[in-house]
Design a binder for this molecule. Structure first.
Ligand code: PMP
Length: 395
């Protein structure tokens, strides 16, 4: 296979080229930034930096125009089938976006006796805002029931059959995760839509899918009402992110417009990042990172002292992971005898940057530590093989 395209994309990341002795394997925490994004920020700051939304001179007008047109760019990136109806609201990231959906949409629109379904074993950012919404509603005298989205024990996938039973006539909202930040599994959103029926709004935490795999809203299997993501995990700067709202089920999402100065530099970086990702080809990125994670998982599963989280141990030792169990850019594991933070330090001593702790998973604490390897388009098969050699030496 000709991998020159991958080498060319990798070369566009200055930080990677500057450190050939290091392997960055922590892209689920934040991605590295391509030169095009760095240059867009530099150009903006050296040619038209101003505040947005209040200008009477060209730099300010240009900044306002950049912010507004980036909303349209986000819709385009998401293949929004109805851009005239939907809205894009810029936030500080996924955490801020989910908070905004909870505070600005859920709280004003739920009433006493309503029910919501939310994930209890995904990222904490996709649980705390819903619990907070329940508290705020209770203060107003509305008792809203928060139910856990049922999960399957080992894989972390949602239990779609149990989910169908949990949905009732008062279910008003479901929050789900697109790709799990620990297991790396695709959470099969189309099956959630099937289980909850056509009328219940679904909010998608796309923190780990944007830029990693197509998130195309014209695909009927992605019939969700909110898409929330962080720019910094998708090649843009920290502090940038967005909520896309379909505005077709229930009241429209209208958070306050200009609440002070928007993160103009972050928004400029987000626009450049989306341009870069479209040019690089997100489908190609997805195929590449899935190839690398499959290579890592298939070998790691058979290394004695390691447990790969989310992989059933009962699978035949010699067999490859079934397609449905494939991990997308994320592999999390434990060593039987080496605590995860020690394993993290050992790996760094060999030049590998990984995440090693409880990974912000709801319902876990520091004792449940693990090591997460997470990839993006700049990672290589050679990095995975070197990592596997080091892991294999730690018996
Ligand atoms: N949801 C998921 C699935 C995540 O992986 C993360 C980041 N680790 C977040 C939410 C929170 O994202 P941010 O810190 O960018 O707000």
């Amino acid at each position: 296979e000709d991998l020159s395209w991958q080498r060319e994309l990798r070369e566009q990341f200055p930080i990677i080229g500057a450190h050939p002795e290091l392997a960055y394997l922590d892209s689920a925490a934040t991605s590295q930034k391509p030169r095009a994004v760095l240059e867009a920020v530099q150009t903006y700051l050296t040619t038209s930096n101003a505040n947005a939304g209040r200008g009477t001179y060209p730099w300010a007008n240009r900044t306002t125009e950049l912010v507004e047109s980036t909303r349209e760019r986000v819709k385009e990136f998401l293949h929004d089938p109805e851009p005239g109806r939907s809205g894009v609201h810029f936030t500080s990231g996924t955490t801020g976006g989910l908070r905004s959906v909870a505070r600005d949409w859920l709280v004003p629109h739920l009433t006493d006796g309503d029910e919501i379904l939310v994930p209890y074993a995904d990222h904490r950012a996709n649980l705390d805002p819903w619990l907070e919404a329940r508290r705020l509603l209770a203060e107003r005298g509305a008792d809203v029931r928060v139910q856990a989205l049922p999960c399957q024990p080992i894989s972390g996938d949602y239990d779609h059959r149990a989910l169908a039973e949990a949905v009732g006539p008062r279910t008003r909202f479901v929050a789900v995760t697109h790709v799990h930040h620990v297991y790396g599994g695709d959470m099969n959103v189309h099956r959630i839509r099937e289980a909850v029926g056509p009328d219940v709004p679904i909010c998608l935490d796309a923190a780990q899918s944007i830029g990693h795999q197509p998130v195309h809203l014209d695909d009927p299997s992605l019939d969700v009402d909110f898409v929330v993501f962080s720019g910094h995990k998708a090649m843009a700067l920290p502090g940038s992110g967005a909520v896309w709202a379909r505005n077709a089920r229930g009241p429209a999402f209208r958070p306050d417009g200009w609440q002070g100065t928007p993160n103009t530099v972050g928004i400029v970086s987000l626009r450049a990042a989306l341009d870069w990702l479209d040019a690089a080809g997100v489908e190609r990125i997805a195929r590449w990172t899935t190839t690398l994670t499959t290579r890592l998982t298939d070998r790691l599963r058979h290394l004695g002292p390691y447990e790969v989280l989310g992989c059933p141990a009962s699978l035949d030792a010699g067999s490859a992971l079934p397609t449905a169990q494939r991990r997308h850019g994320i592999v999390t594991f434990r060593h039987r005898d080496i605590p995860s933070d020690d394993l993290g330090f050992i790996l760094y001593s060999h030049g590998f940057m990984v995440r090693a702790d409880s990974l912000c998973q709801a319902g876990t604490d520091e004792r449940d530590g693990s090591v997460r390897v997470s990839l993006h388009v700049y990672n290589t098969a050679e990095e995975i093989d070197r990592l596997l050699n080091v892991l294999a030496s730690l018996t």
